[in-house]
Design a protein around this ligand. Structure first.
Ligand SMILES: [Zn+2]
Length: 249
């Protein structure tokens, strides 16, 4: 069983790239990915993000149980607009989480925009994935620590685990906060192994970020020396636990 915790669909208006549906679906098939958790590209306006959330919901209807949504409305939207759209995603479309991108949306996790995301997620009962790595100081793993401590029951996933540059800081954040989990796209192989051994495989999850990365990200996990049980956790069970996905049936 393979769950990709970090996939995209739609246009990213900040990084100016397109995440194409056919590419997502064909690479999932090629690499035997069972479930992808799909978020939009970075969108700045409400109308635009509604459209992308709807496209993800449409795909998940077409591929039931295999595509799950993660919302990403801009935290700069008015609080009522932000909350209403996130609530719609979670309650009407069945999305399983929300993304916060401190770099792309220019948000300080500890500031009032960040608070909007974390408080809404607590209220709606979904975990928050936070981009970490490029885009310091707000995208540093340490910027998430005070929030993780303020909301100890909220599950927070550090996308990219701080990237290779700040992976030590991500590991430290995860050591300090039991509610922090590590998604490992773009992370060196040796660092993956150290996360698994020092933080625990039940805190580490596979993510690709781009369909072209799926094969190489999976190869890292499969070649660093994890045993079958450890691999099961990193490739599916951790994400299933964090996002409350049933993988028994
Ligand atoms: Zn991404």
């Amino acid at each position: 069983m393979i769950i990709d915790a970090h996939a995209h669909l739609g246009h990213d208006f900040v990084f100016e790239e397109d995440f194409i549906l056919e590419n997502l679906v064909s690479k999932m098939k090629e690499n035997k990915v069972d479930i992808s958790i799909v978020q939009p590209g970075t969108v700045l306006d409400l109308k635009g993000v509604v459209k992308q959330h709807n496209a993800i919901a449409k795909l998940s209807k077409k591929m039931p149980g295999r595509i799950l949504g993660m919302a990403n409305p801009s935290p700069h939207l008015l609080k009522e607009d932000y909350y209403k759209e996130l609530k719609r995603c979670v309650e009407d479309l069945g999305f399983v989480g929300v993304k916060l991108h401190p770099l792309a949306h220019a948000v300080n996790p500890k500031g009032s925009m960040g608070k909007k995301v974390f408080e809404s997620a607590v209220d709606l009962g979904v975990p928050v994935m936070v981009h970490t790595g490029t885009g310091g100081p707000w995208a540093l793993p340490s910027a998430v620590v005070p929030v993780a401590m303020e909301f100890p029951k909220l599950k927070i996933i550090l996308a990219h685990s701080g990237g290779s540059m700040y992976s030590e800081e991500a590991a430290l954040a995860a050591k300090l906060c039991p509610n922090i989990y590590l998604e490992t796209s773009w992370i060196p192989s040796i660092t993956l192994l150290s996360f698994g051994r020092n933080i625990g495989v039940n805190r580490v999850m596979f993510g690709s970020d781009h369909p072209e990365n799926i094969a190489s990200e999976l190869a890292k996990y499969r070649t660093v020396g994890f045993n079958d049980e450890e691999l099961e956790w990193c490739l599916a069970k951790t994400a299933a636990k964090v996002f409350n996905i049933s993988i028994t049936g």
